[in-house]
Design a protein around this ligand. Structure first.
Ligand code: HEC
Length: 197
């Protein structure tokens, strides 16, 4: 009888600790004020939703080498609805951060947080929902867009070069199109000429 009382007391303590852990987790991720110094690696669009996703440079470099995302990785998403900023959501990985979670909840060493457009924590968001859904990406370091991190452009110089290359390709295509149009016109007038002949 006494043993049972002790055990249920222990269970209550564990449950309290788990709740505490979630509340704590909620405060571990600070708004990453400098996220735009990192790399904007992808845009996801779905219906009226547009998501602009950024990660710090070290994370992108690790992803490109096929390495695990390092401790200190921060992924920041600007979440727009109908073109207006609706919220920011952030996931941050630090060695040991996952230790307080039970295995069936834990997302490696990631913590999740949701921020309002004014960058304050959105207290009404239940971060255990974030963990529940991202857990499915366990084989991809809990990141849905890991492939896009791998294929991201790394340096600004490189992205400027790619942009220039695309522009010249576009110019070439426009040039080709106008030449073809001219040729077609010429062909037509030749044909006309032939008809006249
Ligand atoms: C119902 C499933 C689901 C829930 C709940 C969810 N996410 Fe995601 N999350 C996704 C998907 C899917 C993507 C990939 C982008 C897309 O398709 O919109 C994503 C992308 C992200 C990304 C960009 C990195 C990545 O994994 O691709 C961050 C950061 C993120 N979510 C944070 C959060 C946070 C913080 C919460 C909780 C406030 C949350 N997510 C809740 C499904 C979910």
């Amino acid at each position: 009888m006494k043993m049972r009382a002790i055990m249920s007391a222990a269970l209550v303590t564990t449950a309290a600790a788990a709740t505490f852990a979630l509340a704590q987790g909620n405060d571990r991720v600070a708004f990453p004020a400098n996220y735009k110094d990192g790399i904007h690696y992808t845009t996801v669009e779905r219906g009226n939703i547009r998501e602009e996703i950024y990660a710090n440079r070290e994370a992108i470099e690790a992803a490109k080498k096929g390495q695990p995302l390092p401790s200190g990785t921060i992924i920041t998403m600007e979440d727009y609805r109908d073109g207006r900023l609706f919220r920011y959501i952030v996931m941050e990985k630090r060695t040991g951060w996952g230790e307080r979670y039970a295995q069936d909840v834990r997302n490696g060493d990631w913590e999740f947080q949701s921020f309002q457009p004014d960058r304050t924590v959105n207290r009404s968001e239940n971060v255990s929902r974030c963990m529940g859904c991202h857990k499915a990406q366990g084989n991809n370091d809990f990141v849905f867009t890991l492939d896009r991190m791998r294929s991201a452009k790394v340096s600004q110089a490189e992205s400027a070069l790619r942009h220039a290359a695309l522009m010249s390709e576009a110019r070439d295509a426009a040039f080709d199109a106008s030449v073809l149009a001219l040729l077609a016109q010429a062909g037509e007038s030749n044909a006309d000429a032939r008809v006249i002949d």
